[in-house]
Design a protein around this ligand. Structure first.
Ligand SMILES: NC(=O)c1ccc[n+]([C@@H]2O[C@H](COP(=O)([O-])OP(=O)(O)OC[C@H]3O[C@@H](n4cnc5c(N)ncnc54)[C@H](OP(=O)(O)O)[C@@H]3O)[C@@H](O)[C@H]2O)c1
Length: 305
């Protein structure tokens, strides 16, 4: 078994590395490779011709694409790189997978939705991104579907991990630096620990490898951890657990603000909770619990501090 993992230095990628170990030969691809790291192959994935050459050389049985352009606000002006990485790269990987009868595992986002739903979003619900990042990720979904390759696309939301650029670590840092914080309280979503998403990915691959591939229900699924909160609720949860663990001395003063009072370049959906019943049924997936997962993630940051 030969597996290609892109974006191995990202939040999800770092969690996928140990999950994929043991399945066979895993080739990691990233554009920045640390000196001495012999496992990772250096490649800018925006160069699609080189990507195709690499695919033909490595000939992976499974391509796991955790690389993405994830800077939501920057994507508003930086649309070309965002669409290249999030729209065209998945299409390139998918067409290669189709031609060579290989499996593509890819990730998308809750930001493909507009946020005007009154119930958790299902896979078939109308997509209507509010920002360029969401549009670029939707372009990737469409390119994969159009290729006709065997694929799993997991839409997920509000990803965090103990390493990387994310809301949890930003809130912890700001709580230590500032006496008071203003936090958006009118956007609701499901924070998802990258480790849980990586675990689910492994479960899907195991299922694919253990049975007859044609019997595996491939396609588009929603996965997020169990717990819908606003950014304000999530920050309070982070601070409360961080204080219990001794990561924070005191609770910062918190002010709940509306999105309109906290202008950002990219508009975000006010409600992007994902309905995960399809993936739970199809793959007997157990969702990670928001609070428990956050606690373990924060416990681990103690060792990194
Ligand atoms: N983060 C979220 O809140 C969130 C929410 C919903 C869905 N998702 C989706 O979940 C997946 C994983 O997200 P994540 O949070 O793990 O993302 P991430 O931490 O930003 O990691 C993205 C990875 O892609 C790599 N990458 C970006 N541009 C590249 C290029 N031109 N060439 C080679 N590598 C490149 C990055 O490398 P560098 O470190 O060099 O940039 C990094 O390793 C993505 O598909 C994302 O769209 C994320």
């Amino acid at each position: 078994m030969n597996i290609l993992l892109t974006g191995s230095s990202g939040q999800l990628g770092q969690e996928l590395v140990p999950q994929l170990e043991g399945l066979g030969e895993v080739t990691l691809i990233d554009r920045n490779v640390r000196p001495g790291d012999r496992q990772t192959m250096k490649q800018d994935l925006a160069d699609l011709n080189r990507v195709e050459i690499l695919l033909n050389r490595i000939r992976p049985d499974i391509v796991v694409n955790a690389a993405a352009y994830t800077a939501v606000d920057m994507a508003e002006n930086d649309t070309f790189p965002a669409f290249r990485l999030n729209g065209e790269l998945p299409g390139c990987l998918a067409r290669w997978a189709q031609r060579n009868d290989r499996l593509l595992l890819h990730y998308s986002t809750d930001y493909v939705f507009s946020g005007d739903s009154e119930r958790p979003y299902r896979e078939q619900d109308k997509t209507e991104p509010l920002n360029a990042y969401g549009e670029s990720k939707l372009a990737g979904e469409w390119a994969i579907a159009a290729s006709g390759c065997r694929h799993i696309v997991l839409r997920t939301s509000w990803v965090y991990s103990g390493l990387g650029n994310n809301f949890v670590l930003t809130m912890l840092r700001l709580a230590r630096e500032l006496p008071s914080l203003s936090i958006v309280s009118d956007q609701t979503g499901c924070p998802t620990w990258a480790r849980n998403l990586a675990r689910v990915s492994r479960q899907i691959i195991d299922r694919f490898l253990s049975g007859r591939p044609e019997e595996v229900p491939l396609g588009l699924y929603h996965y997020c951890d169990d717990g819908a909160v606003t950014w304000y609720d999530f920050a309070l949860m982070i601070f409360t657990i961080a204080m219990e663990l001794g990561l924070l001395d005191e609770l910062p003063s918190m002010t709940a603000v509306k999105s309109a009072e906290f202008p950002q370049k990219a508009e975000r959906p006010v409600y992007s909770v994902l309905d995960t019943s399809s993936i739970q049924e199809a793959f007997q997936i157990e969702r990670g619990d928001l609070e428990e997962s956050l606690r373990v993630c924060l416990e681990e940051t103690i060792d990194h501090d």
